[in-house]
Write a protein that binds this ligand. Structure first.
Ligand SMILES: [Fe+2]
Length: 197
């Protein structure tokens, strides 16, 4: 019988997508940060999921439910998101491959949008964002394709996106480029994905 307390247990690493989805399904929001920091999934596990577009980074749904949404974003060289909020939800990003710049913005008392800081994140890093921190923009800085894994709790169906021409935020409904066949999450088979676009 083990006498290890929970504090003494070795960190548990999450080594497959199924294990990750199971952990999120069984976990609660307070455990999501630890789960995202425990991910040690081989990059090749994402080979079946990725999809690419020269027009825009793609959003590929791995799992979604009432409590969370797990999405793989695939970025061609130089692709960037617009400045956006997170629909009142929490967002964790695990960099799977590549180097990203995150630019943080806040509105001042006059309602003007100001850049607050720029940070870089590379493979293995986990970043966090929630609306009281402001707005952000992500850009793939590396000279090749990059992957980032996004966890939202709860799922984000729409968010405010900054329109550069109108110089204001507009509400945008969010969609997926590909989505998982969720029935395969219930057995030991690799997760399969279908293209919906
Ligand atoms: Fe974001």
């Amino acid at each position: 019988m083990s006498d290890l307390s929970s504090e003494n247990k070795l960190p548990h690493s999450i080594e497959s997508l199924k294990e990750l989805v199971d952990s999120l399904t069984e976990g609660e929001r307070v455990t999501f940060s630890r789960i995202m920091n425990s991910i040690d999934i081989p990059k090749k596990a994402f080979d079946e999921i990725d999809s690419w577009s020269h027009d825009c980074y793609t959003r590929n749904c791995i799992a979604q439910g009432d409590e969370f949404e797990l999405i793989l974003l695939c970025w061609e060289n130089g692709q960037a998101s617009p400045i956006h909020d997170h629909g009142g939800e929490e967002c964790w990003v695990k960099i799977i491959e590549g180097e990203f710049e995150e630019t943080l913005y806040k509105k001042d008392q006059a309602g003007e949008l100001n850049m607050v800081k720029r940070t870089r994140a590379t493979s293995g890093d986990v970043t966090y964002m929630v609306d009281f921190m402001g707005y952000h923009r992500l850009e793939n800085l590396s000279d090749k394709r990059s992957l980032s894994l996004h966890l939202y709790a709860k799922p984000i169906r729409s968010c405010h996106v900054y329109n550069e021409e109108l110089e204001t935020f507009v509400l945008k409904d969010l969609s997926y480029d590909t989505v998982a066949e969720t029935s395969s999450l219930n057995d030991n088979d690799p997760i399969k994905y279908v293209r919906i676009k």
